[in-house]
Ligand binder design. Structure first.
Ligand SMILES: CC(C)(COP(=O)(O)OP(=O)(O)OC[C@H]1O[C@@H](n2cnc3c(N)ncnc32)[C@H](O)[C@@H]1OP(=O)(O)O)[C@@H](O)C(=O)NCCC(=O)NCCS
Length: 162
């Protein structure tokens, strides 16, 4: 079940996000683990127009989260939101990522956004596949744009018109 994230979910959000920093996952350029304090501040910014959700299963266990974020501080870009979605490593490949991304698309449409954007490392095949099947298109590929643990990576910017 997807529901709005609360401050009680912060530790689960951090736990799931930090799993994605491990070598070989290629989910994010971040290497240093996230902290609960950083996520509390993040959640404060993820209310109302830019919501965050958690995916909860039996016994109130949180196994995923997703969010819409501001894409730019400039007000002219207020119609564009950035998507993020993360699934607990023990529950990946079962359709939950796609389900959460579809929920973000539906939510963003209801909130009146016009475009969704996301940045994906090219080697993150699962993320790229799921986004493509939900109608995201590749806008640009930045060849060897970032270096993680001594290795160059291509950065792909994807977008979807709502
Ligand atoms: C990326 C992520 C959110 C996808 O969620 P998921 O629940 O694991 O994936 P889903 O089961 O919804 O499948 C998504 C797509 O990947 C495909 N897929 C599933 N397992 C796969 C695998 N082992 N290898 C390649 N593709 C795979 C699915 O077929 C689906 O593609 P389709 O829509 O064309 O059928 C999740 O794996 C995750 O949290 N990864 C680490 C963090 C991350 O990369 N977040 C995204 C940052 S941009």
């Amino acid at each position: 079940m997807l529901r709005l994230a609360t401050y009680a979910d912060v530790d689960d959000i951090v736990r799931i996000y930090n799993q994605a920093l491990k070598p070989g996952i290629f989910a994010t350029s971040q290497v240093a683990p996230d902290t609960s304090d950083e996520r509390i501040a993040w959640l404060r910014e993820h209310q109302d127009a830019y919501p965050a959700f958690v995916y909860e299963i039996e016994n109130d266990k949180v196994i995923g989260w997703c969010s819409l974020s501001r894409s730019s501080v400039r007000p002219e870009y207020s119609g564009v939101a950035e998507t993020s979605h993360y699934v607990d490593e023990g529950h990946q490949g079962k359709g939950i990522g796609n389900l959460m991304l579809a929920h973000l698309i539906e939510t963003a449409t209801k909130l009146g956004f016009r475009l969704l954007v996301s940045r994906v490392l090219e080697r993150n095949l699962r993320s790229a596949k799921g986004a493509a099947s939900l109608g995201f298109q590749r806008a640009v590929l930045l060849h060897e744009a970032l270096r993680i643990r001594g290795e160059w990576h291509n950065d792909v910017w994807i977008w979807k018109k709502l």
